[in-house]
Design a protein around this ligand. Structure first.
Ligand code: ADP
Ligand code: MG
Length: 345
């Protein structure tokens, strides 16, 4: 190689590395918003312009979802359905139509452990108003009789409920919103983001900008300020349900917000939390609630019949179970490394 050729090659190499150095690193944007009764945190990586667009799209959409799905806002779609006295109500758009079919479908799949008609019971326990009370056995029996997701009638773009029944999408709304936002984030040019819809629903959009998976803590149900494990997620959602998320205490008993549709009372299945990891946040949210109701044995059987998701179960005694597919993506957090983890196969 002549000296001249070498000089030309070196100059070319220098130019290329200079250009690479100039390539814009994605900017990090973080914002917090309060929606659906929850503080939500979003971390986005991308150009400043794309991140700002995503921020305004997400904020607008979240407000819209709340206006449609709130059980208490008197002008919401769900409120209209619950106060229609058996009349048909028009479903506002195809996304909500799909949501209603999906939540009814997940009810069917989980044998009714997820039942979006549990609302009269949720209200009776005071979880909506915060004025907690323990209903009598007779009252609970009557309430349980009225819980039946199969009685919700869907026809074309209309929905109707039998008199006395009320729906509540609280067990799936954040997951559903997470999926909608996942799509919106990508459509607006941001391919790396972490959508934290109040810890119980997380969407890891793509990977971290340098290509590593997102590392997400799993809350210790016995000490909700701590994480007992870390799960690595890339283009994946995670949902957690647990009695610790909303509860009250009366006469030394703890009563939480996840109800067993068969009894209309808090589900006491021996679990203190369930985490589901899958490519749909709706599925994670709905299924984590349902598995919490089912309990460990039935929940594990459910997973064996349909192993298209990963799960972490924590029992009331603090025993940890995780599915085999989390190998290499699950680790115990600092302070928990001496805990036994049973691997489900
Ligand atoms: P969080 O909203 O705290 O993340 P979940 O996703 O587990 O909790 O949903 C619990 C909410 O769903 C309750 O607050 C109640 O409104 C409703 N709900 C309670 N039990 C059930 C059930 N078995 N099926 C469907 N919805 C339920
Ligand atoms: Mg849920």
């Amino acid at each position: 190689m002549s000296k001249r050729t070498l000089a030309v090659l070196l100059t070319a190499a220098l130019c290329i590395s200079a250009l690479a150095g100039c390539e814009k690193r994605p900017e990090r944007m973080e914002f917090t918003t309060f929606a659906m009764d929850t503080v939500m945190n979003f971390t986005l990586y991308g150009s400043r312009k794309d991140c700002s667009t995503v921020q305004s799209v997400l904020t607008d959409r979240l407000a819209g979802y709340e206006d449609m799905l709130s059980v208490t806002k008197e002008d919401s779609f769900v409120y209209a359905v619950n106060h229609a006295n058996g009349e048909w109500v028009e479903i506002p758009d195809d996304d909500i139509l799909a949501l209603l079919y999906s939540v009814q479908g997940l009810g069917l799949v989980t044998g009714g452990a997820l039942d979006f008609t549990a609302y009269p019971a949720v209200k009776a326990w005071g979880f909506t108003s915060g004025e907690h009370r323990v209903p009598s056995d007779e009252e609970l029996e009557e309430l349980a009789e009225k819980i039946d997701y199969t009685a919700v009638k869907l026809d074309g773009n209309t929905v109707a409920l039998p008199q006395g029944m009320e729906i509540d999408l609280g067990a799936v709304a954040k997951g559903w919103a997470g999926d909608q936002m996942w799509k919106a984030v990508k459509e607006n040019g941001v391919s790396s983001a972490l959508l934290d819809l109040g810890q119980s629903t997380i969407v890891a959009v793509g990977t971290k900008p340098e290509g590593n998976p997102w590392r997400i803590g799993v809350v210790d149900p016995a000490q909700p300020g701590n994480y007992f494990a870390v799960v690595e997620l890339a283009d994946m959602a995670m949902g957690t349900s647990g009695g610790y998320q909303r509860y009250f205490e009366q006469d030394g008993e703890i009563y939480w917000h996840i109800l067993d549709p068969d009894t209309a009372a808090p589900a006491r299945s021996g679990l203190s939390s369930v985490t589901v990891i899958a490519p749909s946040a709706f599925f994670c949210d709905g299924l984590s609630t349902a598995l919490f109701v089912m309990g460990l044995e039935e929940g594990v059987q459910f997973w064996r019949n349909d192993p298209n998701f990963e799960a972490i179960f924590v029992t009331e005694e603090g025993k940890i179970y995780r599915t085999a597919g989390l190998e290499g993506r699950f680790s115990l957090a600092e302070g928990y490394t001496d805990r036994e983890v049973v691997v489900l196969k």
